[in-house]
Design a protein around this ligand. Structure first.
Ligand SMILES: Cc1cc2nc3c(=O)[nH]c(=O)nc-3n(C[C@H](O)[C@H](O)[C@H](O)COP(=O)(O)O)c2cc1C
Ligand SMILES: Nc1ncnc2c1ncn2[C@@H]1O[C@H](COP(=O)(O)OP(=O)(O)OP(=O)(O)O)[C@@H](O)[C@H]1O
Length: 331
C-alpha cells in the first residue's frame, strides 16, 4: 500500500500512535535512502509502530543558498511518489521556511520528533545534521533522545562498487551524462517528468520529427544525444516509445535555442495536449551535440544515432531474456 502524504504538522492524524522516523531531503530516493528506510520499516513492524519519513519542501539549499542554483534529481512531487512506494506508512512534508531554518536542534527534537510524532526510534546516516545552521549530528540527536525518550540508530555510509551513495554524487554523475553509474547508485534509471512544447517545425522539414519537452528547471544530463524511453500519458492509458533525445542548442540551425527533443521509434499517432504527462527516461549517452555544415549532414548522423540505439536496445533485450531464462532454469 502506498504511504499517506501529510503536509504540515497540523495535518497529522490524532490517532497516529508511536512512530519510527527518518528525516532527510531524500533527493533522488537513492539506494542509501532506501537502505535507511527499509530499516525504519522493519523496526516499525516489530514494534507495531508507524514507519515515517520526514522531508522538507523546498530543499533547504533552495532557500539558504539560492546562488548555488541546486537542480534536483527528483523535484518535489516525484520524490513524494517514490517515497510513497517504499512501504513507509506516511511521509510528513514540512514547509522549509525561515522559521524552520531558525529552529534549534532541541526545539525540533522536542516539538516535531517527541510531541508531534511520538518517536520511539530515529534512524539516520552517520553524516546526518539538523537544527539551525546544521548545529547537531547523530550524537547530539542521541543525547536529546535520551532526555525525550527515543533512541537513535546511526548507519555507516552505504557505498556501491566502491562509490559512496549520496544525492550530490548522483547529481554530478547525471550532469556529466554518466547514466549507467547514476543508475547503479539510484537503483533505477534517471528520468524527468514534463509536458509537450511546440517545436519550430525544422525537425520534420530537415532532420527527423521530434517531440519537444516544455522548459524543465531541474537537473538534466549534459548537452548531447542519448538513448531514451518516452512514456506518454499515465496509468492504464500510458504508452512507451524507445527513441533518441537531443539536449542542447541545435547549433546547426543558427542562433542558440535550448531544447530537449526526442525522436520516437515505431511511432504511431498519439493524442498530445499541452498537459499530457511525459516521462523521459535516459539510458545511455551517445555523443556530444555538434554543429553540422548542413541539415543533410545532421540527418545522416541522426540516422547513425538511431541505428546505434536500436542495436543497443536489441542487445539489452536479448541479454535480459537470456538472464531470465537462466534464472528460471535455476529456480
Ligand atoms: C537524435 C537527435 C540528435 C540531434 N543532434 C543534433 C546535433 O548534433 N546538432 C544540432 O545542431 N542539432 C541536433 N539535433 C536537433 C535538430 O537540429 C532538431 O531536431 C531540429 O533543430 C528541430 O527543431 P524543432 O523541434 O524546433 O523543429 C538532434 C536531434 C535529434 C532528435
Ligand atoms: N549512502 C548512505 N548510507 C547511509 N545513510 C545514508 C546514505 N545516504 C543518505 N543517507 C541518510 O539518509 C537520510 C537522508 O539523507 P539526505 O537526503 O538528507 O542526504 P544525502 O543523500 O547524503 O544527500 P547529500 O549528498 O545532498 O548530502 C540521512 O539520514 C542520511 O544520512
Amino acid at each position: 500500500m502506498s504511504a499517506k502524504i501529510i503536509r504540515g504538522l497540523e495535518n497529522l492524524p490524532s490517532d497516529l500512535g508511536n512512530t519510527i522516523v527518518t528525516i532527510g531531503n531524500f533527493d533522488g530516493v537513492h539506494c542509501g535512502h532506501r537502505w535507511v528506510i527499509d530499516h525504519v520499516i522493519n523496526c516499525a513492524r516489530k514494534l507495531s509502530a508507524r514507519a515515517i519519513a520526514v522531508t522538507l519542501d523546498p530543499h533547504p539549499a533552495k532557500l539558504l543558498r539560492p546562488d548555488r542554483g541546486l537542480r534536483l534529481i527528483t523535484p518535489g512531487d516525484r520524490k513524494l511518489e517514490l517515497l510513497a512506494e517504499t512501504g513507509l506508512d506516511a511521509v510528513l512534508v514540512l514547509p522549509f521556511n525561515t522559521e524552520l531554518a531558525n529552529t534549534s536542534a532541541r526545539d525540533f527534537a522536542t516539538n516535531v520528533l517527541h510531541r508531534a510524532l511520538h518517536a520511539q526510534e530515529v534512524h539516520e546516516g552517520e553524516n546526518f545534521r539538523f537544527g539551525h545552521d546544521a548545529e547537531a549530528g547523530t550524537d547530539g540527536l542521541a543525547a536529546l533522545g535520551k532526555e525525550l525518550g527515543f533512541s537513535v540508530h546511526a548507519y555507516a555510509p552505504q557505498s556501491m562498487r566502491g562509490q559512496a551513495i549520496s544525492s550530490s554524487r548522483i547529481r554530478t554523475l547525471i550532469a556529466a551524462g554518466n547514466l549507467p553509474q547514476a543508475r547503479a547508485l539510484l537503483g533505477r534509471e534517471f528520468s524527468i517528468d514534463s509536458t509537450p512544447a511546440s517545436g519550430r517545425g525544422y525537425g520534420t522539414q530537415y532532420a527527423v520529427p521530434t517531440i519537444n519537452l516544455a522548459p524543465y528547471a531541474e537537473l538534466l544530463p549534459a548537452n548531447g544525444v542519448y538513448i531514451t524511453k518516452l512514456q506518454i500519458g499515465e496509468g492504464t492509458e500510458a504508452e512507451s516509445f524507445d527513441g533518441v533525445t537531443n539536449i542542447g542548442n541545435r547549433p546547426t540551425f543558427g542562433a542558440d535555442s535550448f531544447a530537449v527533443e526526442t525522436h520516437l521509434f515505431n511511432f504511431h499517432p498519439v493524442a498530445l495536449t499541452e498537459t499530457t504527462p511525459l516521462r523521459l527516461t535516459f539510458k545511455l549517452r551517445l555523443r556530444n551535440e555538434i554543429r553540422f555544415p548542413s541539415p543533410e549532414a545532421l540527418k545522416a548522423q541522426i540516422g547513425r544515432d538511431i541505428a546505434k540505439a536500436q542495436r543497443y536496445l536489441h542487445l539489452r533485450k536479448t541479454l535480459k531474456s537470456s538472464f531470465s531464462s537462466v534464472e528460471s532454469q535455476q529456480a
